[in-house]
Design a protein around this ligand. Structure first.
Ligand code: PMP
Length: 361
């Protein structure tokens, strides 16, 4: 068996030790005589798995006590709708920062329910830099401000957390959560699809401040309602139990094997700096993103001669470097360097890029 280096943007690489542990526990979970997939979500064994996952996540992110952690379904895309449903019950206009494709989809969902105000946009710079704080102009009746911490497709990452006083800040953190420490108290709601830095697809993490649980629109579907989810321990219906269990193994790995999020922060800085340095050192490769907003998790780059794209991807795959093709909407290449992608993968990619340039440059 050979595990190759996987640079997929999502579903993304999972840590080897997590998969090994899941394999070891697959048929008989800790002497219970059945798989986690086969157990009732109401069983004591699963309750313990769920509680441990939440405990480790809270410890990793130092989640304050007045925040609820929800393990939901529907992906981050469902949150695009759930956020306005849950926060517009007390009126006001939803506000958005528009820095890329995911933010655009979030605005579109809000517009199904209410008029949305775009408080700042990266459209004028071609999505190569995020708006500066002074460019953010909220509507006078802002119900919340939503932004995308890291736009996964363009590889555009905020280098700051917007400061907006009492207006709840809502953040789509799908592709950057757990990449380093975070001050959760700055946010009203933050959410993330699991399939990048948390676990397998099918689970969506939501962290919401207590006082915001009372703001849902009266017609909010039950399964969309944060308060209902909070009151039912995220088990109003059958949750994605196996994905929840695997997320718990990832949290355990981050906390106990990897040394927590400060250590991940240093590792992620080192990994992405190595790759950007290789891109910047060559005229053969380039990145269009403004330096302060270069994503640490998703590193897009283009070849000066795009006719070599096919050869680059074929040769990379032959060298055991998978999923480097950029998103179909932007082309080029993209290397996603989530927590589970080891530094050795980045070293192998940089070696490959230099060798490819020598052959074709
Ligand atoms: N937001 C961001 C930043 C994403 O990267 C993605 C998926 N790539 C989504 C939202 C949509 O996530 P999902 O597929 O879980 O709905």
């Amino acid at each position: 068996m050979t595990r190759k280096f996987n640079f997929c943007a999502g579903p993304a690489a999972l840590p080897d030790p997590v998969l090994e542990r899941a394999r070891d526990e697959l048929l008989d979970y800790q002497g219970h005589g059945l798989s986690v997939m086969e157990m009732s979500h109401r069983s004591d064994a699963f309750a313990e798995i769920a509680a441990r996952a939440e405990r480790d996540l809270r410890a990793l992110l130092a989640v304050p006590d007045n925040y609820r952690v929800l393990f939901m379904q529907g992906g981050a895309s469902s949150q695009f709708a759930m956020v306005p449903y849950n926060l517009l019950g007390t009126g006001g206009t939803p506000n958005y920062l528009y820095t890329g494709i995911w933010g655009k989809k979030a605005v579109a969902e809000a517009r199904h329910l209410a008029g949305a105000h775009v408080a700042a946009s990266s459209e004028t710079n071609g999505f190569t830099a995020v708006p500066r704080p002074e460019d953010i102009v909220l509507s006078s009746d802002a119900a919340y401000l939503h932004y995308t911490a890291n736009e996964t497709i363009d590889g555009l990452e905020f280098d700051y957390i917007p400061e907006i006083g009492d207006v709840p800040l809502v953040c789509d953190m799908s592709s950057s959560i757990l990449s380093g420490p975070l001050d959760v108290s700055r946010f009203g709601v933050l959410y993330a699809g699991a399939q990048k830095n948390i676990g397998p697809a099918g689970l969506t993490l939501v962290i919401v401040r207590d006082d915001l649980l009372e703001r849902a629109l009266p017609n909010t579907p039950t399964m969309f309602n944060y308060r209902v989810m909070a009151e039912n321990g995220s088990m109003f219906n059958t949750p994605p139990t196996y994905a929840w269990y695997l997320a718990g193994l990832v949290f355990d790995w981050l906390r106990h094997d990897m040394g927590g999020l400060e250590a991940m922060d240093r590792l992620n800085a080192r990994k992405s700096e190595k790759l950007y340095a290789a891109i910047d050192a060559s005229d053969f490769y380039s990145s269009p993103i403004a330096m302060p907003n270069r994503s640490r998790m998703n590193v897009p780059f283009v070849l000066a001669d795009e006719s070599l794209n096919g050869a680059f991807l074929n040769d990379a795959e032959a060298a055991g470097l998978l999923n480097l093709k950029g998103h179909r909407s932007v082309g080029g290449m993209r290397a996603s360097l989530y927590n589970a992608v080891p530094e050795a993968a980045v070293d192998a990619l940089v070696d490959f890029m230099q060798e490819f340039e020598r052959r074709h440059g």
